[in-house]
Design a protein around this ligand. Structure first.
Ligand SMILES: [Zn+2]
Length: 239
């Protein structure tokens, strides 16, 4: 029988590597968790590579709504993720694990590349992404990660619909109205104070996503109305 190696004795090849996928709706704390995992890994003396695309900061960073931020490598649909890691190795850098934020934007081929890094190069991969797009359909990268990941975990940080029910789905809001058609990828934030004709996103429960009901206008003092109380003009009453 093989003894379990002491934690301080773990080398890169000592344990099988894993492809782990964390997913949830917008605002669920996905980028915060990505940075936390990166922090925990690096504290164990491991060396990581952080990847992102279309981060909210519009820069090559992983940034979270709670203010944490770290530099990352910006990838796009043409990036070969195996080559990215192997180039690091060729340059003399260690890469023990890869943290991928915004993993929903990966192509199926790129997810296959991550799986290859895990299986053939023993690199741990932690991917973080949105579950579904604004039409409540799986993103391409998310679907492939569901198919291939060793561990798939829904992020449990609770994000609530305006009605108080758990938020599951992302609504795209254009000019104050929920839309169901358009490009799959339009990067925008969930800030409720976006300019009126800007695209924003809002997390809703399934019932209110189906109904297209965005709830009371969340901006401005005194306008936040609890469900069941009278609503101001122009707001959608939902019971
Ligand atoms: Zn709701």
């Amino acid at each position: 029988m093989n003894a379990v190696p002491a934690s301080g004795d773990r080398r890169r090849h000592a344990a099988p590597a894993h492809l782990t996928f964390f997913h949830g709706p917008m605002d669920c704390g996905k980028s915060t968790l990505a940075l936390q995992v990166d922090h925990n890994q690096s504290r164990q003396g491991r060396h990581g590579l952080r990847l992102t695309q279309g981060d909210r900061s519009r820069a090559a960073r992983i940034s979270s709504r709670v203010g944490l931020s770290r530099e990352a490598v910006e990838v796009d649909g043409t990036t070969d993720l195996r080559l990215l890691v192997r180039d690091r190795w060729a340059a003399g850098h260690r890469v023990d694990y890869v943290v991928v934020d915004e993993a929903q934007f990966l192509s199926a081929r790129q997810v296959d590349q991550l799986a290859e890094l895990v299986d053939q190069s023993h690199v741990d991969v932690y991917a973080f992404g949105l579950t579904t797009d604004f039409r409540a359909q799986l993103f391409t990268g998310t679907q492939r990660l569901f198919e291939l990941a060793d561990v798939v975990q829904r992020i449990q940080v609770e994000v609530l619909c305006w009605c108080g029910a758990p938020g599951l789905l992302n609504a795209r809001v254009v000019d104050g109205v929920m839309v169901r058609q358009g490009e799959t990828v339009v990067v925008a934030d969930t800030a409720p104070d976006a300019a009126p004709d800007e695209v924003r996103y809002q997390v809703l429960c399934r019932r209110h996503h189906v109904g297209g009901q965005l709830g009371p206008t969340p901006t401005g003092p005194g306008q936040l109305t609890l469900a069941g109380q009278p609503l101001a003009d122009g707001q959608v009453a939902v019971r």
